[in-house]
Ligand binder design. Structure first.
Ligand SMILES: C[S@@+](CC[C@H](N)C(=O)[O-])C[C@H]1O[C@@H](n2cnc3c(N)ncnc32)[C@H](O)[C@@H]1O
Length: 266
C-alpha cells in the first residue's frame, strides 16, 4: 500500500500486479501519466446517505454509509463527478473503456458528465439483484437493481469486447443467461456471498461474479485496470484472479486494510 501525499509522479511497471493507494482520487489520479490504463471500473459514492432507513437482515437499518457518501447538493455533486471523470478520461488509453456503477442517486449525473466529456456510451447494464431486501416503507417499488454504464474514450476509438466468451461462456450464476445465446444487458446476480465478506464488511461491496464478468468482457490478460473508488477492491480481486494488473485508490484507510486482507488470501 502506498500513501500518496509525498509522491509526485506515480508509475506502474509491467511487473507490478496489484497496487493500492490511500488518498483522495482527485489528487492521486493527477499523478498518473495520460493514456496509462486499459480499463477503468468506478463505483463512486452514491451520495445517498441522507439519514433515511432501509431493511438489512429483516431489520430496520440506517442507509448512511459514511461521511464520504453525503451529498453536497446536486450542483456540487455534478462538479465532483466532472472532476474525477475528467481525470479518468486523461489516464484512459485511447482504446480503453470505463464502467461506472450506481443507483439513480448518482448514475444519471455520471451518464450526463460522460457525454459532456466526449465519452461514447456503449451500454447501460441493469444488474438485477434477485435477493434484494424488501422496502419497509411500502410507499414505492422495491429497489432491486443497479445500473452500470459502459463507455469508450471517444466516438472514433476501437474498443475491445470479448463477444464470444460472453455468448458461449458458462454463466450458471445468472438465471437470465441462456446457453449459446447473446448476452443481454440485464444480468441477474446476487449480492456478495458470505465468504466474500469473511474479512470484514464494506457497506457497498460488489459481488465478485459481477466484476469477473466486467473484466472478462472488456480486458485481455496482462491489461492494467484502475478502480479510483476501490473500497474492498472487488475489482482488484477479480482482475488479479484473471491475470490482469490492478491499481486501486480509496480515501478510507479501513477499506484499504480490508483490500489488503482480501488480496493476501488469494
Ligand atoms: C461505492 S464504494 C466502492 C465499493 C467497492 N466497489 C467494493 O466492491 O468494495 C465507494 C468507495 O469510495 C471511497 N471514496 C469516497 N470518496 C473518495 C475519494 N474522493 N477518493 C477516493 N476514494 C473515495 C469510499 O471510501 C468507498 O470505499
Amino acid at each position: 500500500m502506498i500513501y500518496t501525499k509525498n509522491v509526485n509522479k506515480l508509475i506502474f511497471s509491467n511487473e507490478e500486479k496489484y497496487k493500492l493507494y490511500l488518498g483522495d482520487c482527485l489528487e492521486v489520479l493527477k499523478k498518473f501519466d495520460e493514456n496509462t490504463f486499459d480499463c477503468i471500473f468506478a463505483d463512486p459514492p452514491y451520495l445517498l446517505s441522507n439519514n433515511g432507513f432501509t431493511c438489512y437482515s429483516g431489520k430496520r437499518a440506517s442507509v448512511n454509509k459514511g461521511k464520504w457518501d453525503i451529498s453536497s447538493g446536486i450542483e456540487k455533486d455534478f462538479e465532483f463527478h466532472k472532476k474525477w471523470l475528467g481525470e479518468c478520461k486523461r489516464v484512459l488509453k485511447p482504446a480503453g473503456t470505463i464502467w461506472i456503477s450506481g443507483t439513480y442517486h448518482s448514475i444519471y449525473l455520471c451518464g450526463c458528465v460522460l457525454q459532456l466529456l466526449g465519452f461514447q456510451l456503449l451500454n447501460d447494464i441493469c444488474w438485477f439483484k434477485p435477493n434484494a431486501p424488501p422496502n419497509i416503507s411500502c410507499r414505492y417499488f422495491t429497489s432491486s437493481h443497479e445500473t452500470l454504464i459502459w463507455a469508450k474514450k471517444d466516438k472514433k476509438s476501437r474498443h475491445y469486447f470479448n463477444y464470444t466468451l460472453m455468448k458461449n461462456g458458462i454463466w450458471l450464476e445468472d438465471k437470465l443467461k441462456k446457453p449459446k445465446m447473446q448476452m443481454r444487458s440485464v444480468w441477474a446476480l446476487t449480492s456478495p456471498k458470505k465468504d466474500e465478506k469473511q474479512f470484514g464488511k464494506h457497506p457497498t461491496q460488489k459481488p465478485i461474479d459481477l466484476l469477473k464478468r466486467i473484466i472478462l468482457a472488456s480486458t485481455k490478460e496482462g491489461d492494467l485496470v484502475l478502480d479510483p473508488f476501490c473500497g474492498s477492491s472487488t475489482a482488484g480481486i477479480a482482475a488479479y484472479m484473471l491475470n490482469r494488473r490492478f491499481v486501486g485508490i480509496d480515501i478510507e484507510r479501513k477499506y484499504i486494510d480490508l483490500s489488503v486482507k482480501r488480496f493476501r488470501m488469494l
